[in-house]
Ligand binder design. Structure first.
Ligand code: AMP
Length: 360
């Protein structure tokens, strides 16, 4: 068996770039497929320039690689099924289909994985919103295509129904009860098809629905952290997980509810590059190659701050003043508003120090 493989990544954004960096220092070659020749992964990998659903480009990638993986969930699962050889895509396409559709995802989480989720129901038109008990609040989410709060409408009363009805009539949706959460957390878990390894629990702070800051470990009790990790492991085992998965959750009192899953390394796990002995990208690569997975140790509490387009100057000034901060820039040429340009990871003796205020 050859130790070094050629790994094909569908998508050459920052996640593909960081996966490639892990793969390369383990000795592998990486080819990424991306519509942009100058995408972040182009700094470290060969790029096949094509749309993600270009079957002939996917075929070329499959021909040239031993193993395929993806950096985002909106990959055309049918196109992938048509080109991959048996065993070439260890993550499979079932997980893609589950995470592409909130209805499949909720049903999987509630019925198969048997973890707690917010009460939900399928909404196929505004008729399903009639007679809604408005003593409670809800979030209506499109079943496909939503991200970072897009395709969502919070319903707090009668005044929100007109817009909610419009959304419900435009596409299939899921109606969830609004969770009055104390904090949002996520857990990264990686699998190799047999075993799984789990990372510490992260606490996530969003601004304008975009992740702004992650604190790891999360400021929750050990009992809650263990419960969150156990839920992530339960989900991973139900999936016979290969590669890295992120499970996003809400903490509400003593309850933990799963919000959604992302079948790939996640922004909230970036701190693991410096703060853990193996990063979420390392375990992704080990996992998709079916190699043994290490148990994860975190060296020190850490905080990750996202650097969006509008933060470029602030972030650079910050690292000038804090030379022990780790600045990552993904090599994107244009610093557009709200575009994820990079992140900064810092250590602290105690992550509680990183309360409010420290954000770009
Ligand atoms: P999502 O697209 O499902 O990740 O949702 C984006 C954000 O909306 C989450 O990070 C939460 O802050 C918020 N959110 C989503 N679903 C709910 C819910 N059922 N209750 C309260 N907040 C929610």
């Amino acid at each position: 068996m050859s130790w070094t493989k050629t790994i094909g990544i569908i998508g050459g954004g920052q996640l593909g770039q960081m996966m490639a960096i892990s793969a390369i220092y383990m000795g592998h070659k990486v080819i990424a497929l991306d519509p942009a020749a100058d995408c972040p992964a182009s700094r470290v990998a060969e790029i096949i320039v094509a749309d993600y659903d270009d079957v002939s480009a996917l075929h070329q990638l499959a021909e040239r690689c031993d193993v395929l993986t993806y950096e985002f969930e909106n990959v055309d699962a049918d196109a992938l099924d048509a080109v991959v050889k048996p065993g070439q895509l260890p993550q499979g396409t079932d997980l893609l289909r589950i995470s592409q559709n909130r209805i499949f995802e909720k049903n999987f989480l509630a019925d198969k994985a048997q973890v707690t989720v917010a009460p939900f129901k399928l909404v196929t038109s505004s008729l399903d919103l009639e007679n809604l008990d408005l003593s409670k609040d809800y979030v209506l989410k499109t079943s496909t295509g939503g991200y970072d709060g897009h395709g969502q409408k919070v319903i707090r009363g009668q005044e929100d129904l007109e817009e909610a009805n419009r959304l419900a009539n435009s596409t299939e949706c899921v109606l969830e009860e609004f969770v009055d959460f104390d904090l949002e957390i996520s857990v990264i878990v990686s699998g190799n098809g047999q075993d799984v390894t789990v990372f510490p629990v992260q606490e996530n702070i969003h601004r304008n629905n975009i992740l702004s800051k992650t604190i790891a470990p999360a400021r929750i009790s050990d009992e809650l952290a263990q419960k969150a990790q156990a839920m992530a492991v339960q989900i991973a085992k139900k999936l016979d997980l290969s590669g890295t998965l992120c499970v996003e959750m809400f903490v509400a009192g003593d309850d933990i509810l799963v919000n959604e899953i992302a079948p790939r390394p996640h922004n909230s796990g970036h701190y693991s590059i410096e703060a853990c002995d193996f990063s979420q990208f390392d375990t992704h690569i080990l996992g998709v190659l079916g190699l043994p997975l290490p148990s994860i140790r975190q060296h020190a509490p850490a905080v990750m701050l996202n650097v969006l387009g509008q933060h470029m100057e602030k972030a650079q000034a910050f690292v000038q003043e804090n030379p022990s901060a780790h600045l990552h820039l993904y090599g994107k040429l244009e610093a557009k508003h709200n575009r994820k340009m990079g992140h900064v990871t810092l250590f602290a003796d105690d992550a509680v120090e990183f309360g409010e205020g420290m954000e770009f």
